[in-house]
Design a protein around this ligand. Structure first.
Ligand code: DC
Length: 211
């Protein structure tokens, strides 16, 4: 586990995690990691290779052997999947891939290595404060009502967002849940600047003002 500053941001689709992460990155000089992109990249590779999603061992083997790189672009096994991971096909497949326990262990290990290599960071997903970095000094759980979340994800549609929420919250392994010690923030009507100020105060409290 990393000793560097990790800010863990969890919450359902469209709750504002990426927007908050981007705004904080500039203020704190930290990189952001969208862990959803790691699950999406494995789903895209499985689709490309014709691997059946219910073949748990085969999908897990892809996840543990594939070379993953996430920065401005998302690359898996040297294939640029940045646009493809937002497709309807990947939206429909990703919750199944993310429910695969061995895929999760491979990607959680990758996410921890990423934070070590980048001297910490702002990491967003579903299980960051509960499983990936349970000792993170700053943990947020963002929420927003489903109409607002669907509006933010308008290209995906409310039915698909609701379906993914259901699968992500009810799966057996690392379901979406508020981590112990996480601060819950409802972003439905809260301007981003206010959320940023709140988090900066939490970072100061956690680091003794040494950011
Ligand atoms: O954040 P997103 O919508 O791009 O995430 C895509 C899927 O990946 C989402 O349906 C849940 C899953 N996911 C997960 O299980 N754990 C994470 N840490 C991040 C995403």
């Amino acid at each position: 586990m990393t000793d560097h500053l990790v800010i863990a941001i969890d919450g359902p689709a469209g709750s504002g995690k990426s927007t908050l992460g981007r705004a904080l990155a500039g203020r704190l000089g930290l990189r952001t990691l969208d862990t959803g992109a790691s699950y999406r990249a494995v789903a895209a590779l499985a689709i490309r290779r014709g691997v059946a999603l219910d073949d748990l061992a085969a999908v897990a083997s892809l996840a543990s052997s594939a070379r993953l790189e996430i920065s401005d672009r998302v690359m898996i096994d040297d294939i640029d999947v940045t646009e493809e991971i937002r497709s309807e096909e990947v939206n429909a497949a990703v919750s199944v891939v993310a429910a695969n326990p061995e895929v999760r262990s491979a990607l959680v290990a990758w996410q921890r290595r990423w934070a070590d290599e980048h001297a910490g960071g702002i990491v967003e997903g579903r299980d960051i404060g509960s499983v990936v970095f349970p000792d993170a000094p700053v943990k947020l759980f963002l929420t927003a009502n489903v109409e607002e979340r669907a509006r933010r994800r308008s290209e995906e549609g409310q039915a698909s967002v609701e379906r993914r929420d259901r699968m992500d919250s009810t799966r057996a392994v690392s379901p979406l849940t508020t981590a112990p010690g996480a601060t819950v923030v409802d972003t439905t009507e809260m301007p981003v600047d206010e959320v940023v100020d709140l988090v900066l105060t939490m970072v100061d409290a956690a680091t003794g003002g040494k950011r």
